[in-house]
Design a protein around this ligand. Sequence first.
Ligand code: G3P
Ligand code: MG
Length: 237
Amino acid sequence: MKVFAHRGASGHEPENTLLAIQAALDMRVDAIEIDIHMIEGELVVIHDRRLEKTTNGYGRISDKAFAEIRLLDAGKGQKIPTLWEVLQLVSAQCELNIELKSERTVGPVIQLLKRAISELDFLQSQFLLSSFNHHLLNEIRTQHTGWKIGALTASRPINYAYFAQMLGAYSVHIDVDFVDQAFIDDAHKRGLKVFVYTVDHEEDIADLHQMKVDGIFTNFPTRSMVRIAHLASAVIK
Ligand code: G3P
Ligand code: MG
């Protein structure tokens, strides 16, 4: 099972900060997941559309100036990073799952990823673009070919993973609360990988391993990787 460091190694360092990204790199994860919003044309790495949960600021980020949010403390004195700062730090050392949270992010993100491929040695295949906003994913499918799409759901759709196949997705990303064997089998029949979020507990890791899930998003990557290695070695024995 592939391990994605969820919002960086966010169980150890403040989520979606360069500290959390560096911690995930130090843990040698397969992939890192980050959340993206756009402020005044700048792509920034933060989960919520409001500031108060993860910073010392207050209000909606869409009401702020980029310069203003850059003065905030996102934890341990960290700034809210830009996508470019994260790309520079990761520098092709692992895969990067960019979850698009804001409207009108598709074009600017792809433009920046093309720059990362030419300047930072990333391969296009190291990027996975995901969103709960399936209109954004459809924009990628129809206007930007060649990019891997991760279709997110926080439900168990009536037609299982059909929606992800229709979006031309590489993978379907489902909440651990809703995944079941029928969903996984259906996604696999459609040629999709199944990645499950957010998985930090060993009972869930064991169940998902048994169910043949392809990867998990976790806040505690080292602990989860040790558990997965243990399960894999038990299968070999
Ligand atoms: O991309 C997986 C997961 O991050 C989706 O939910 O709310 O943590 O962004 P959320
Ligand atoms: Mg996310």
